[in-house]
Design a protein around this ligand. Structure first.
Ligand SMILES: NC(=O)c1ccc[n+]([C@@H]2O[C@H](COP(=O)([O-])OP(=O)(O)OC[C@H]3O[C@@H](n4cnc5c(N)ncnc54)[C@H](OP(=O)(O)O)[C@@H]3O)[C@@H](O)[C@H]2O)c1
Length: 137
């Protein structure tokens, strides 16, 4: 399978990339440092060509309310739109347990927005929810 990991160089993304490669999948680890920027759209459509699955493990460089919301909203829209154009079969995101209970925190609101975009995308999807095990300030 061809799998594109957006945020594939990050803490979780690099581990997922390694594990999927060990299982024999063709994996593209996408991030601005590898020429795939989901915020600007740079490199996105080329990376998604013939992809079966996209796993969005990107993260906002800022945890401030406004920038985090802006990041997940824009990145979510850009990736889902590129997936529709490319005919990607499945979309996966990693969210956080209890986002709907903590909407007072901008970052949690941003993750809830990301979930809602995926749910309303019309694409087959999986939302995995983890507790926060690593949080950098
Ligand atoms: N860590 C946790 O405890 C935890 C728990 C639950 C859910 N999550 C979710 O899991 C996801 C990944 O978290 P993480 O801790 O692995 O994050 P991380 O280590 O900060 O990694 C973020 C990744 O996103 C990439 N990225 C940043 N801006 C991008 C852009 N414009 N376009 C494409 N990629 C971009 C980074 O690329 P560069 O390296 O090039 O900057 C990096 O590969 C997040 O959505 C987070 O909400 C995390």
């Amino acid at each position: 399978m061809k799998i594109v990991i957006i945020g594939g160089t990050g803490l979780i993304g690099s581990n997922v990339t390694n594990k999927l490669r060990q299982l024999g999948h063709t994996v593209i680890a996408g991030s601005p440092s590898t020429g795939i920027n989901a915020l600007t759209g740079e490199g996105l459509s080329d990376a998604l060509e013939n992809a079966d699955v996209v796993v969005d493990l990107s993260n906002s460089p800022s945890f401030e309310d406004g920038p985090a919301i802006q990041f997940f909203q824009t990145v979510g829209r850009n990736i889902l739109s590129a997936e529709r154009n490319a005919g990607v079969k499945h979309h996966v995101i990693l969210s956080i347990v209890g986002t709907h209970l903590m909407e007072g925190m901008g970052y949690m609101r941003a993750k809830k927005i990301q979930e809602d975009l995926v749910k309303s995308s019309g694409l087959p999807y999986t939302i995995v929810r983890s507790t926060l095990f690593f949080w950098k300030f």
